[in-house]
Design a protein. Structure first.
Length: 264
């Protein structure tokens, strides 16, 4: 049911399906000029944009459901807030994977990339990245009261994620100060884990620092959103409660501190 409702939502359809494919053709056709080796190199950032962008459509969908009274109907059923949030994550995951698969197929057979790396490792990283960034969308939907607030907060989160992580601007082109700031962003580790070509993506993602931080981030954001979740559009959340969102940054604050210490 959540998948069917998501597909009926035009905003979710755009941010989860149309926009990722638009990024793919922009990178592969315009930036890479169709050169297979360059397409293979840029495929990692494209997949990362797909995974990261899933939070946008998920947050907008839940807020729309709340404003339209759809969540109120679920509230009269035995479903709990956790049931609704987990089903949203699963629906988002089920709709993101086909888009990633289409992008890989297009890269291999339309742009003739020489190789796609370790596909099993790509699948694992895309999976944990999708559920982790999807949970960020749950938090956004839980702390915003209107669609206007949701769009503003999504923009404030989206811009640093894409510009500081290496997904749009090469990471080596950033200043040292900006690179140090980027170490505190989850998107940075996702982009670098998916970058191609490489001998194996798994070699980049075996460390506990990446998998552990994303997993802990997912647990924290899911727990926080379940505590702040509201079924009724009339229910508002106070400003103090929004400060709890900062707690979800703890795993990457610790990871960033550790990376800076080991790099120095």
């Amino acid at each position: 049911m959540r998948v069917r409702l998501a597909l009926r939502n035009k905003m979710f359809f755009f941010f989860s399906i149309v926009m990722p494919l638009g990024f793919f053709f922009l990178y592969a056709g315009v930036f890479a000029k169709g050169i297979p080796q360059v397409v293979a190199y840029l495929l990692g950032p494209v997949l990362a944009l797909n995974v990261m962008g899933s939070f946008w459509g998920l947050s907008a969908t839940l807020v729309t459901f709340r404003e339209q009274g759809i969540l109120r109907r679920f509230h009269v059923t035995p479903a709990t807030a956790t049931d609704m949030l987990v089903s949203s994550i699963l629906a988002n995951y089920a709709l993101t994977l086909p888009t990633v698969l289409v992008e890989l197929i297009l890269a291999r057979f339309l742009f003739h990339t020489p190789g796609l790396g370790d596909l099993f490792s790509v699948f694992l990283l895309v999976s944990i990245g999708t559920v982790s960034f999807g949970s960020l969308g749950l938090v956004v939907a839980s702390v915003t009261n209107t669609m206007q607030e949701t769009q503003v907060l999504n923009q404030l989160l989206w811009l640093p994620l894409i510009f500081l992580s290496g997904a749009t601007i090469p990471f080596t082109s950033l200043s040292k100060t900006v690179q140090h700031i980027a170490l505190f962003l989850p998107a940075t580790y996702l982009v670098h884990g998916l970058k191609m070509p490489s001998s194996t993506v798994l070699a980049r993602t075996r460390s506990f620092s990446l998998w552990g931080s994303l997993a802990i981030w997912f647990v924290l954001t899911l727990f926080l959103s379940s505590q702040l979740f509201r079924w009724e559009p009339e229910a508002k959340i106070g400003r103090r409660a929004k400060l709890y969102v900062a707690a979800t940054a703890i795993p990457f604050i610790l990871l960033g501190v550790w990376k800076r210490a080991t790099a120095g």
